[in-house]
Design a protein around this ligand. Structure first.
Ligand code: GAR
Length: 209
């Protein structure tokens, strides 16, 4: 079973959905660690309740991104982590860190990439007038939110929707999509090869929920 670390910055609802999924018998990975860059992240307490090691590495205590990322890397290696799931982790990682975890770090993003990289995705989707919105799980590459796509889930945008409405409906999809994608990655049914996602036979459609 792959040893997984989840990196969060706040509420941690995606980390909860991943922890719940990983408890299922036969799940091909184990959540071994939940790490936050903010000590007040709500998701840390929940992880400890589950008996999972959880702590913060406070980024404000480090002089620069490189030294914070070095501390992060050291903590992950010390715990034999195989795979990193970013789940609402709101710090940009250095390209050095990203390269070290290439093919072994994934992220969930609240839009249908490549549309709306970065923040404030739901308002930007409304402003653009899209009729379909959603979320994406992708491998992490140095360029922000630009990595190869593993799985996506879509929702319709309906008249009267606010950004908050979209956030609620997209989040519900995130909670379904991320565990499914994590299972595919742990089983090797979605993997990064030469900068592209390769799916095992019959598995590409599993990424569209
Ligand atoms: C989620 O919607 C996630 O997709 C988004 O932050 C939220 C975290 O919620 N991530 C990003 O915007 C990454 N740039 P959670 O803490 O309840 O999982």
């Amino acid at each position: 079973r792959r040893r997984i670390a989840i990196l969060i910055s706040g509420r941690g609802s995606n980390s909860v959905s991943l922890m719940e999924a990983a408890r299922a018998p036969g799940f091909p990975g184990e959540i071994a660690l939940v790490l936050s860059n903010r000590p007040d992240a709500g998701g840390l307490a929940r992880a400890r309740d589950e008996g999972i090691e959880a702590f913060a590495i406070d980024h404000t205590a480090y002089a620069d991104r490189a030294s914070f990322d070095a501390a992060l890397h050291e903590a992950l290696v010390a715990r034999d982590i195989d795979l990193i799931c970013l789940a609402g982790f709101m710090r940009v990682l250095t390209s050095e860190f990203v390269e070290r975890w290439s093919g072994r770090m994934v992220n969930i993003h609240p839009s249908l990439l490549p549309l709306f990289r970065g923040t404030n995705t739901h308002q930007r989707a409304l402003d653009a007038g899209v009729l379909i919105h959603g979320c994406t799980v992708h491998f992490v590459v140095p360029e922000l939110d630009a990595g190869p796509i593993i799985a996506q889930a879509a929702i319709p945008v309906v008249p009267g929707d606010t950004a908050a409405d979209l956030a609620v409906r997209v989040l519900a999809q995130e909670h379904r999509l991320y565990p499914q994608a994590l299972r595919m990655i742990c089983d090797g049914d979605a993997r990064l090869e030469n900068g592209r996602v390769v799916f095992s036979e019959g598995w590409s459609a599993a990424g569209s929920l």
